[in-house]
Design a protein around this ligand. Structure first.
Ligand code: CA
Length: 225
């Protein structure tokens, strides 16, 4: 059974996450402030942390920095307030593995937790943890969330990075707008919005114009060659 430490000072949110995780077979513990979270995380053998950034006494980003500084390896998913882009960027720089923007659907958090636990579980003599995705001259560094095209380092927003990651995990496959919305935006978009098209435009500009082709009436595809 995987053990999850939920670091969240709002009782309603903590209870919501805890209830959902328990009914899906996880063991959970809640820490209500940053100081307690650090002690518990270093003490207990947790498989994953869900870490709210807005905490009393010691903020989530400080908690993150201290835990990584102490060598804690477990995946950490941060919870941020809507549109707090700088917090997300800082979070990734300090070793967060993923983030959720509040408010969120439990199913999305669950999917992310499962994905992080899967990639953290390494076979004894198998391949090392996946740290980068490569395609043509593009490299996505999954730890630092940085992107390299040829010898050039690029800054992508969190959404752009996730969209690029989705394409690189499905090279050669047609991805519909609905699939991309679901992967990248979750519930957090207006129906009928053209946000996918806008972001594909951003990626073409940043990664190369001939990389992502439009498949009329179907969606988009990252070209295999
Ligand atoms: Ca909070």
């Amino acid at each position: 059974m995987s053990r999850i430490l939920i670091v969240e000072d709002e009782p309603r949110v903590a209870a919501f996450i805890e209830k959902g995780l328990r009914s899906n077979g996880f063991a959970t513990t809640v820490a209500e402030d940053g100081q307690a979270a650090i002690a518990m995380a270093l003490d207990g053998s947790f498989d994953l942390l869900v870490l709210d950034l807005g905490l009393p006494h010691k903020g989530g980003l400080t908690v993150l920095e201290e835990l990584r500084g102490q060598g804690m390896q477990a995946p950490i998913i941060i919870l941020t307030a809507r549109d707090d882009i700088q917090d997300k960027v800082t979070g990734f720089e300090q070793g967060a593995d993923d983030y959720m923007t509040k408010p969120f659907r439990f199913e999305e958090l669950l999917a992310r937790i499962r994905a992080r636990l899967r990639s953290a579980l390494q076979p004894a003599s198998g391949s090392p943890a996946e740290v980068a995705l490569k395609h043509r001259n593009i490299t996505l560094d999954l730890r630092t969330r940085r992107v390299q095209v040829g010898s050039k380092l690029l800054d992508l927003s969190a959404r752009e990075f996730t969209l690029a990651e989705t394409f690189l995990r499905h090279v050669g496959q047609v991805m519909s707008r609905e699939q991309l919305l679901d992967h990248v935006w979750g519930y957090d978009y207006a129906p009928g919005s053209n946000i996918v098209d806008v972001y594909v435009g951003y990626l073409r500009k940043k990664l190369g114009s001939d990389l992502i082709e439009t498949v009329r009436g179907m969606g988009y595809r990252m070209k295999a060659k």
